[in-house]
Design a protein around this ligand. Structure first.
Ligand code: ATP
Ligand code: MG
Length: 332
């Protein structure tokens, strides 16, 4: 049976990297079809809406989307498209695996961690209020149900994938009530998984530990804001934003997307690294039961990186987005 995937090309470098990822997927001749939809700046220009109803309907119907980065116009009144999309479907788990990639030289060799970022609350609820001209407050909301389901997801993943340790990242020493609640729930749930080691760290200490000894981390779970920051940090451990894949999901719907943004500084120049979106597509293939196809892509990727000097500028090379993909497809 053919699986239909909602495909969102996005803004900035989005269309360039999407075109290349589609080429790779088509080269594998899997029974996949793409339902192309718009979102973000492009959608606003073409349809007058940042998040067109047809795009939401397509995702609701297909349950799977592959999404390139989308731009939210700057200025008052526009809430982040990415945040709105996650909220529209209650995609509570943002999962971002950072694994050292053979052939990409970095300061570290054995990074293999996976971040479970809570995706629906914390400072991202967007509730800021003006007290007076010079005083603004932002609300950080932590609730039991939202914390429980992301922490549960992290432990379930660890149990299902023979992972040994789950680390909770928080700032409960200062935010005693909000992060205190998150940490308390972490400890409650950890008690149900005696075979998995459970540890916790203050976020400042976690940053230092990740930079000093990233290999000690396995599964990590944290509230929204720390997850945003630590996942960019973890991309730095493995070679940069051009590599890190991710998924936003719940039990029903999964939207696969790169961690990076739309990179307006290099858009339209055929310079972007398509690997992050490609690895997101590999996560999607795994999810759809095409693990072999995902492996083939991964092997071809590693072969380009190990056996040739062909790489995009972010990895120190001079290859274009297209030339890099050509080399990869030749090795499939
Ligand atoms: P957002 O708020 O959407 O997360 P951001 O401000 O974090 O955006 P990005 O768009 O992720 O910014 O870009 C950060 C830097 O990383 C930029 O210099 C950009 O060119 C670079 N970058 C991001 N993605 C890629 C990629 N796929 N290939 C090469 N460079 C990239
Ligand atoms: Mg960012």
């Amino acid at each position: 049976m053919t699986q239909t995937i909602t495909l969102i090309e996005g803004d900035g470098i989005g269309p360039e990297i999407t075109a290349q990822v589609v080429r790779v997927l088509q080269a594998l001749q899997l029974p996949l079809t793409f339902d192309r939809q718009t979102l973000g700046q492009t959608a606003l220009e073409q349809t007058g809406s940042l998040i067109p109803e047809t795009t939401l309907q397509s995702i609701r119907k297909n349950h799977i989307a592959l999404k390139a980065p989308c731009t939210t116009p700057v200025g008052q009144g526009f809430r982040s498209v990415n945040v709105q999309l996650r909220l529209a479907f209650d995609l509570y788990a943002n999962i971002r695996p950072a694994r050292s990639l053979e052939g990409v030289k970095t300061r570290y060799e054995n990074v293999d961690l996976i971040i479970f970022r809570e995706n629906t609350e914390d400072l991202y609820i967007g509730e800021e209020r003006k007290i007076d001209e010079d005083t603004i407050e932002a609300i950080k909301r932590i609730t039991r149900p939202a914390s429980q389901r992301i922490i549960q997801a992290a432990f379930e993943y660890a149990a299902a994938h023979q992972r040994k340790k789950v680390t909770c990242v928080h700032k409960a020493n200062i935010l005693k009530q909000s992060d205190g609640l998150f940490l308390r729930i972490f400890r409650e749930i950890a008690a149900q998984y005696p075979q998995i080691e459970a540890t916790d760290l203050n976020v400042d200490n976690a940053c230092m530990q990740m930079v000093m000894h990233p290999e000690q981390f396995d599964v990590m779970v944290m509230p929204n804001l720390y997850g945003d920051i630590l996942s960019d940090l973890s991309s730095g451990l493995i070679g940069g934003l051009g590599l890190l894949p991710g998924v936003n999901r719940n039990e029903e719907i999964a939207i696969f997307e790169a961690v990076h943004g739309s990179a307006p500084d290099i858009a339209g120049k055929n310079l972007a690294n398509p690997t992050a979106l490609l690895q997101s597509a590999c996560m999607m293939l795994d999810h759809l039961g095409y693990g072999d196809a995902a492996q083939r892509i991964h092997k071809a990727l590693v072969s380009v990186l190990c056996d040739t000097p062909i790489r995009t500028r972010d990895l120190g090379g001079t290859a274009t987005t297209t030339a890099f993909t050509d080399a990869l497809i030749a090795r499939l």
